[in-house]
Design a protein around this ligand. Structure first.
Ligand SMILES: [Zn+2]
Length: 228
């Protein structure tokens, strides 16, 4: 592993950046409050900051970032908090090409590390169920294909966990008050592709939405304007 800049130099770079930021004007606009309009659950990768790739400013997005955009209790709790506190009605699970967490999990599946840290292991365990079916399928087994398919499978899995595992979020989905979507960012093009559900997820989502109360007129009007 190549070590990057020494920690004190890194800290100094952060201090200088914060000095520039604090002396600018943007901060004052959000001091009185915030009204984020979307939640992004994305990967921690330094090349995929949601505020920058969606061209948004301070106060616009509620962002949860974790390596591999996996969903566990802390992530669901963060989503529940944002939905309740700010009434946000859109959650986007944002994966990306060339994700190091997917690569690490493929590596672990090929040759498990003895004594892998339980913390890193918990990320790998969350991603593993998305990759194992690919390894047993007729998908070409070269690394590039497995990686690309794995990124997408992992996004769908995270969307599924959000749909299934939080009664608070599920209730909002049933009432047509919350939309949860998967999306993939391409490092090559800079474009985000919003993904259609896989069939089993689509039918589960349909069954949820059929259970809920019919959407209010206001919601219907909003939905007619939506493009996804
Ligand atoms: Zn990543």
């Amino acid at each position: 592993m190549v070590l990057m800049m020494p920690p004190r130099e890194a800290l100094e770079r952060l201090r200088q950046g914060n000095d520039r930021f604090a002396s600018g004007g943007t901060r004052k606009e959000v001091k009185a409050g915030q009204g984020p309009f979307a939640i992004i659950l994305g990967c921690s990768d330094s090349r995929v900051p949601p505020e920058i790739i969606f061209d948004q400013g301070l106060g616009n997005l509620f962002v949860v970032r974790v390596a591999g955009n996996v969903v566990a209790s802390h992530q669901l709790g963060s989503l529940e908090l944002a939905v309740k506190a700010f009434g946000i009605r859109l959650v986007v699970v944002l994966g990306h090409s060339e994700c190091a967490a997917i690569v690490a999990t493929l590596d672990e599946l090929a040759a498990p590390t003895e004594g892998l840290s339980p913390h890193l292991g918990s990320i790998v365990s969350s991603i593993r169920p998305s990759l194992e079916p690919l390894l047993q399928s007729d998908v070409p087994q070269d690394r590039a294909t497995l990686q690309a398919r794995g990124v997408r499978a992992n996004i769908h899995r995270s969307v599924g966990r959000i749909l299934h595992d939080s009664p608070i979020l599920t209730a909002r989905i049933e009432n047509h008050d919350l939309l949860v979507l998967g999306a993939e960012y391409s490092l090559a093009s800079g474009r985000v592709e919003f993904l259609a559900d896989r069939p089993e997820l689509a039918s589960f989502r349909e069954s949820l939405c059929a259970k809920g109360a019919p959407p209010s007129e206001q919601v219907v009007r909003a939905r007619e304007d939506e493009r996804y």
